[in-house]
Write a new protein. Structure first.
Lengths: 403, 403
């Protein structure tokens, strides 16, 4: 049992050595829409980006910066994705990094840039400049988590601590994104599917930090989906201030990883639960696969199935759709060994339907949290994915979103 | 220019040497739900099946029969998929073939069996037996096309002729399926995504017939999607009676293939247009790809994108979603060479947005048929896919479908 302490109402500034703030640039319709996150001197940073072939300017620029320096600050805007904006879009992303660097007294290469919002419009640079100049750094984590929201209905942030080497190490994080959320099905690939900023006061050298981030992202942000549509702007960033005085290395990595993964999973569940139009959080646990890649493919194919997602919205225990979705995942398995359950209710065992109580199945679907567990009966690997149901409001939100 | 003559209101019995009929077995809520299609003596047959790992009993049985004999008849029921029904399901599929064979004076191995409807319930064999005994064979193609409908709102059938070697050759067909329609993204793989029966009076030996069917299916049924959910029961069957006296071989295959493909594409478009909740038929043409597989992946990823499909339902020319979907297809391309249009309206050229007239774009989306054309600028290969928009009614139909 891992003894993790959750820190209520805290986010990216919960660990020692971080400050953050936000301001309104009038880019989105209401509220703050530009934010900064800053780590103390001598911090290290790591990041992963979307695998979409069409990458937004801030993604291209941040990847360039990551290759030149260790990042220690993030500047983000909501309301405009700065994507499909050509050469001028790249210049604007560069200017955004420079404006943040000047304010924070850093080199532009030490700043990572994120943008989220509508595709195909140039950034309003005057508004961005004005907002950056107004930001006051502090520790209002909720305000900062609100600032990068787009169609999100709630801010998503959390923080947790645990003892490592006799001292307290904290990880904080915030995430946004409730639509255009779909992990690319190249399992374990280093990419994120939304914006997520993670912070820790552990001391971690860059190479290890990047590895830890990639592993945590694979089992969390890379395993959450709303619509399967991988965004052009997805970015996850992890900054480590070192302020706790605890150095993470090969020896104590196994103590730090569960803390980081717990924060990432918590944020991933918040994303799925707040998915566009969602009424339920759905967790899909696949066990008995020949490989983790196989298990992830099956879990995500079920998580992306419109027929499964609409059935759960309709509180219909249509288990045939679960069998169908598992079977179309592109993973070889013998259906004669397939078993699955809804909550605690077994529906299909070793390739044969189980005569379950329909009323109990319908009752299980009344809950806000729905659990689907499968066993492929082929091996020892497992994976968990998160999604939401597919409702009228999903269509409404996305059909009425205006270009 | 290929001179194809369409034969209005004709279907599977339009070619010489076929008879078909249907009857009501009270398996679905209303109308005929069991049907037979019979080819003349000395006919040949070919078939392709779903690649879903969870295959329904009739799919497993039909594949077994195809390996033993040349099929010359089809028995189909709607309302029950006979899938996830274990050993008893296989026995029921066998009995269904035997009942049809006895009536038609054939060997059971010469009969292919198809079922469509709800998953996980045993076939009501008494009803099936009763219906088969009542079927009178004739040429009411519409009645037969209606009999295998499930959530379809219109019967889908057509027929066309052309001259080959101085004689008239006809191809007829019928298809069903408006949900759980999603081609498995293994391009060119021999599988169909719904039930489709094709007939011709050409004379074609089995191996060539199978090749011709696989090629035609790849460019038609394998390229249509409603929800991306590949069914457990998909089957396409082609029967050739030889009654026209025209033998198809390597020499004149190039004259027959476009006729077969035209009928398959026509049926595929009917499927997309009648997709669950659809208000529009969307055609996605991808050109300039490095390979046909690349082109197909991009076309189908756009066709399956919930964000693209909801935008078109909302008449919103949200071209950023087209760029996003193209980029997430898992196909390498340089976005600097990407161009695309909505109808005749160019929106994105060589990686830069085009300043198009929003009113004209919105007008293009008022049409019942929407065309999206992309050029990846990477090579000479192309592919076309068909889909429908994603509406409130899609959610309604699938959330209220009862298990």
């Amino acid at each position: 049992m891992i003894s993790i302490q959750w820190l209520p109402h805290r986010g990216v500034t919960a660990p020692e050595g971080f400050a953050a703030g936000s301001a309104r640039g009038e880019i989105k319709t209401a509220g703050d829409d530009v934010a900064l996150v800053l780590a103390a001197e001598n911090s290290t940073g790591a990041a992963v980006f979307t695998t979409n072939q069409v990458k937004a300017a801030p993604v291209l620029l941040s990847a360039e910066h990551l290759s030149k320096a260790s990042p220690c600050a993030i500047v983000v805007n909501a309301g405009n994705a700065n994507c499909c904006t050509g050469a001028r879009g790249m210049e604007n992303a560069r200017q955004m990094a420079s404006l943040a660097a000047r304010k924070l007294k850093l080199q532009p290469e030490e700043v990572l840039v994120c943008s989220t919002g509508i595709i195909g419009h140039q950034l309003p640079m005057e508004k961005i400049e004005n907002a950056i100049s107004q930001i006051e750094l502090g520790n209002d984590d909720e305000a900062v988590a609100r600032a990068f929201m787009t169609t999100d209905t709630v801010p998503k942030f959390c923080a947790a601590s645990r003892e490592i080497d006799g001292k307290t190490v904290t990880v904080g994080g915030q995430a946004k994104g409730v639509g255009m959320i779909g992990p690319k099905m190249a399992p374990l690939a280093p990419h994120a599917t939304m914006l997520s900023f993670l912070t820790t006061d552990a001391q971690i050298e860059r190479e290890l930090l990047q590895n830890l981030l990639e592993k945590a992202v694979a089992r969390s942000f890379n395993s959450v989906t709303v619509d399967g549509d991988t965004s052009t702007n997805d970015t996850a960033i992890l900054l480590a201030s070192g302020a706790s005085g605890v150095q993470i290395s090969a020896e104590n990595e196994a103590q730090f990883s569960p803390l980081l993964e717990a924060v990432c999973v918590q944020l991933s569940k918040k994303i799925a639960r707040d998915g566009e139009g969602a009424t339920k959080l759905i967790e899909i646990r696949v066990a008995g696969a020949r490989s983790e890649i196989d298990a992830q493919k099956v879990a995500l194919t079920i998580a992306n199935s419109p027929l499964v997602k609409t059935a759960i919205f309709g509180r219909d225990p249509n288990w045939g759709r679960i069998a169908m979705a598992a079977g179309r995942a592109g993973v070889a398995f013998d259906p004669k060994n397939l078993s699955f359950s809804l909550g605690n209710l077994e529906m299909f065992r070793d390739g044969e339907p189980v005569d379950f109580d329909l009323a109990r199945a319908e009752a299980a679907l009344e809950d806000e949290n729905v659990l689907i567990s499968l066993d492929l009966g082929e091996g020892d690997s497992n994976w968990t994915a998160w999604t939401c149901d597919f409702s009228y409001d999903y269509v409404k939100i996305n059909a009425e979103y205006h270009t």
